[in-house]
Write a protein that binds this ligand. Structure first.
Ligand code: DMJ
Length: 575
């Protein structure tokens, strides 16, 4: 038995010896064939598994897109019962307040929108902006129907169904992006991509999404730089990007860091990650060298990533970069994968606090600008978006810091309101200087119908419940009615101290100023801040979970599984 067991084991062992095969070529041939066959079978199976993995990934992505479309369809059914089917006189009870004064004021704002829209329709239909005094249109953005696209969601939210429908037909049949025009990447993104995406989110009409994709595809080559920081202008027809001549070859901070939420939203809605990857590359670049105060110069070289001039501001050219750090986190459902946006934003808010000063004698809180080491006591009205941003971001701090941030927001809102209240027309100038013993005084004295202060009032009222903010908003609205309304639309003022009028109805007056005022007198459930995030042009985008994510996962969704596997395989192999 013992012998026979050992002979049987040595019988098996001989198959492992090379000499066994070398003795007979037939055996060798058979062994090689068997080896090739088995290797092929294993390789083929692994390939099948990988393909299966890829397929599964694609199916999951499609499923996610279908889910989102379904969600939007449901929403548009709700909307057609509530918002859009409405003729404006019988808006769904859900969106009417119990307060007759609010309702009356809201109707007044809506009437202002109808007046602005009718004027645009009559004198400038399909053009970028209306010049109300001369009663003609101008194509200040390359002929992309800026006012029309910027107004879509405002019309929708206000229940102006016929106007929305007519504008929708123009977008479907006449909006053509194939223009030999050097477009601003920033302006085109916030107004056109943002406006179309918001119209899509509200209505569920996929034509808007197709159009948003078309224009975003034309903008994408702007991000092809060594650092990923985009050039700020691009030819819409041939895709040649470059920077503004006056910026000496540099890119501008706000122009380069205010595309995140539109492009991430576009990736979420199309399932194509290329948009998200481009704009997130910019943030990854900044993240590597983010300063401890989180404040970046408004001039950055897109080739080297270096800022040769240190100029810091929460006003023109800096503003919405900080706004989008917070809003990319909100749009990303405040999950782990977008945590870095929140962290960067909180760092920048520490930096912001280092720029805060108080005026004398009245103790108005204001935000300085910084040029090198020099602090300038100048604040743009543009920086009046800050109170709203702080209020929006305040709730996720610990209670002590939340209070501190909210108090700062309220102090700054008081200053911004006084930018309006202290002028003879009760409309704010473009910027203000603060001098020892003299509080604030107007610097550049025009008013171009900007929204930032009423935007902040809307956030502050929603977040604190303090009705004073509604009163301030109403006063500002009345000042616009008194000074800016003419028979053929709304104009800005060349000078807020004299009331002399200009000849331009800015598209953001319809997109932002009137929308925020309307929402200020509406219940907070209308475009709830829990479900929507406003882009910097006041276009609400629906908050949806990022692809393949639950609420608190850390998975990197920008890399499909087969690529992750390959990368992991290479690392494991040590090569
Ligand atoms: C708008 O286009 C946007 O709000 C932008 O962020 C700043 N400038 C105007 C409004 O003032």
């Amino acid at each position: 038995m013992v012998r026979s067991r050992s002979s049987s084991s040595s019988g098996c062992a001989r198959y492992l010896r090379l000499s066994y095969y070398l003795k007979r070529p037939a055996r060798l041939g058979f062994a090689v064939a068997a080896f090739v066959f088995v290797s092929f079978a294993v390789w083929d199976r692994q390939n099948l598994l990988r393909e299966h993995d890829d397929e599964l990934y694609k199916v999951n992505e499609e499923l996610q897109i279908l889910k989102e479309q379904l969600q939007r369809l449901r929403q548009s059914v709700t909307s057609s019962e509530g918002i859009i089917q409405d003729d404006g006189k019988s808006i769904n009870d859900k969106f009417v307040t119990n307060d007759p004064i609010d309702n009356e004021r809201r109707e007044k704002v809506k009437e202002a929108m109808i007046h602005a829209w009718n004027s645009y329709e009559k004198y400038a239909w399909g053009q970028d902006e209306l010049q109300p005094q001369s009663m003609n249109g101008v194509n200040s953005f390359g002929g992309l129907g800026a006012t029309l696209v910027d107004s879509l969601d405002t019309l929708y939210i206000m229940g102006l169904k016929d106007q929305f429908q007519k504008a929708r037909e123009w977008v479907a049949n006449s909006l053509d992006f194939n223009k030999n025009y050097e477009a601003s990447v920033f302006e085109t993104t916030i107004r056109v991509v943002g406006g179309l995406l918001s119209a899509y989110d509200l209505s569920g009409d996929s034509m808007f999404l197709e159009k948003a994709k078309d224009i975003a595809d034309r903008l994408l080559p702007a991000w092809n730089t060594p650092t990923g920081i985009p050039y700020n202008r691009i030819n819409l027809a041939n895709g040649n990007p470059h920077n503004f001549g006056w910026a000496g070859g540099d890119s501008i901070l706000a122009d380069s860091g205010t595309e995140q939420i539109e492009f991430i939203a576009l990736s979420q809605r199309t399932g194509d990650l290329k948009y998200q990857q481009k704009v997130e590359g910019v943030i990854s670049h900044f993240q590597k060298t983010f300063p401890s105060d989180g404040l970046l110069s408004i001039y950055i070289n897109p080739n080297s990533g270096i800022s040769s001039r240190l100029q810091i501001t929460f006003g023109a050219m800096g503003d919405s970069f900080y706004e989008y750090l917070l809003k990319a986190w909100v749009l990303g459902n405040r999950t782990e994968s977008v945590k870095h946006y929140r962290e960067m934003w909180e760092t920048s808010m520490k930096g912001l606090q280092s720029l805060i000063r108080k005026s004398t004698p009245s103790s108005f809180t204001y935000i300085c600008e910084k040029n090198g080491d020099y602090m300038s006591d100048k604040m743009d009205e543009l920086a009046c978006f800050v109170p709203g941003m702080l209020a929006l971001g305040s709730s996720s701090y610990d209670p002590e810091n939340a209070n501190k941030i909210l108090s700062l927001a309220e102090e700054l809102a008081w200053t911004c309101y006084n930018f309006y209240d202290t002028t003879p027309t009760k409309l704010a100038g473009e910027n203000y200087f603060f001098r020892e013993g003299q509080d604030m005084h107007v610097g550049t004295s025009w008013n171009i119908l900007r929204p930032e202060t009423v935007e902040s009032l809307m956030y502050l009222w929603r977040i604190t419940g303090n009705k004073t903010y509604k009163e301030w908003g109403w006063n500002i609205f009345q000042a616009f009615e008194k000074n800016s309304r003419i028979d053929s639309g709304y104009v800005g003022l060349k000078d807020v101290t004299t009331g002399v009028k200009d000849n331009m109805m800015q598209s953001f007056f319809l997109a932002e100023t009137l929308k925020y005022l309307y929402l200020l007198f509406s219940p907070p459930s209308l475009i709830s801040l829990d479900e929507w995030v406003f882009n910097t042009e006041a276009h609400p985008l629906k908050i949806v979970a990022r692809h393949g994510e639950g609420n608190n996962t850390t998975r990197d969704v920008s890399v499909p599984p087969h690529r992750r596997n390959k990368f992991f395989g290479r690392k494991q192999g040590g090569s």
